[in-house]
Design a protein around this ligand. Structure first.
Ligand code: NAP
Length: 292
């Protein structure tokens, strides 16, 4: 099966709603493959391929942006009321387009805590945090919309320009150890390529509405940080035990340590046959090291 992004669906028109870290990477990748990609940001039109969309102040894209759109990728998180900003503002518009596909980027936070066990798409979501409950609500809104949506659940996203190296450089890294705690992660290039792979092979693959995109090796934060310090040729500071560090962490940082799970990619990589570019943090971080 085709795991090579070069022969994609060219001449398709994508709208990337929420062109932050992942959205920009995806837009760049599909443009290289001959697709049109128009991207949104909240405040200003960044270039001739971008437009403004801000659900909070009703800045809605003008009509011509939607002409001929076949594909949409939404990278926009839930709004403060826990609803989906795209459906809230653009649903009628989307229903009147001849869309082939919509991708929605969600989070593996919807699984909640599994005490380090593997979680898969077959598990019933059990979100603990308010933001994850909101996210599950947005997934439900998308599914109920009956638009042709596919949901991608993502763990921690990293890549060149947003990785532990940047944290070390900006002195924003805390080296914290917590027994048996692991995190799952995914390189931004694998998010783009996995989605493209699924689109390319749409006619031969069974449709799954919810798919995790994660690497093969959930591991502790310390392993990741240690590996970065090694590549930089620097000595990693002594770890602080979580219990001691806890009181200095922001509530959001604390909340990440309250959940411990390994995110399975079996559906994507075994059932659907996608081959990861960066199977583990070492391969992915080497890429970040060489490109930062
Ligand atoms: N970062 C992670 O580790 C992680 C992990 C799992 C899932 N996710 C989720 O995956 C998606 C992509 O992640 P990311 O880190 O690439 O996102 P990101 O860089 O934070 O980009 C989010 C985009 O959404 C836009 N946006 C936010 N609120 C909006 C609103 N009310 N109306 C219109 N646009 C709005 C932002 O606009 P501006 O460009 O104007 O800021 C930005 O372009 C997000 O939904 C994120 O929550 C992230």
């Amino acid at each position: 099966m085709n795991n090579n992004a070069s022969s994609l669906i060219n001449n398709k028109k994508f709208l990337i709603l929420g062109c932050g870290f992942t959205g920009s990477f995806f837009a760049k990748t599909i443009r290289k493959l001959g697709c049109t990609a128009l991207t949104s940001s909240r405040s200003e039109k960044r270039d001739r391929n971008s437009f403004v969309f801000n659900s909070e102040n009703s800045l809605i894209p003008e009509e011509k942006i939607f002409d001929g759109v076949t594909h949409i990728l939404s990278c926009i998180p839930p709004d403060k009321n826990g609803n989906d900003p795209v459906l809230g503002r653009l649903r009628n518009k989307l229903e009147n387009l001849s869309l082939e596909w919509i991708g929605y980027l969600s989070t593996t936070g919807v699984y909640g805590n599994s005490d380090g066990d593997w979680v898969s798409e077959k598990d019933r979501p059990n979100p603990l945090q308010k933001r994850s409950k909101n996210r599950l609500n947005c997934e439900k809104e998308w599914i109920a919309s009956r638009l042709p949506v596919q949901i991608f659940r993502l763990p921690g996203i990293y890549g060149p320009g947003r990785s532990t190296f940047d944290g070390i450089r900006n002195q924003k890294i805390r080296v914290i150890s917590k027994k048996d705690q692991v995190f799952s992660r995914v390189h931004v290039a694998d998010i783009s390529n996995a989605i493209i792979y699924i689109l390319q092979n749409k006619n031969s693959l069974k449709f799954h509405q919810i798919i995790n995109i994660a690497d093969d090796e959930p591991c502790s934060q310390i392993q990741v940080i240690q590996y970065c310090y090694d590549l930089l040729g620097l000595k990693m500071p002594e770890p602080t035990l979580f219990e001691a560090a806890k009181k200095e962490l922001s509530p959001i940082a604390q909340s990440f340590w309250m959940e411990n799970r390994r995110v399975s990619n079996k559906l994507l990589c075994e059932t659907l046959g996608y081959r990861l570019i960066y199977k583990n943090y070492k391969l992915g971080l080497k890429n970040c090291f060489l490109n930062s």
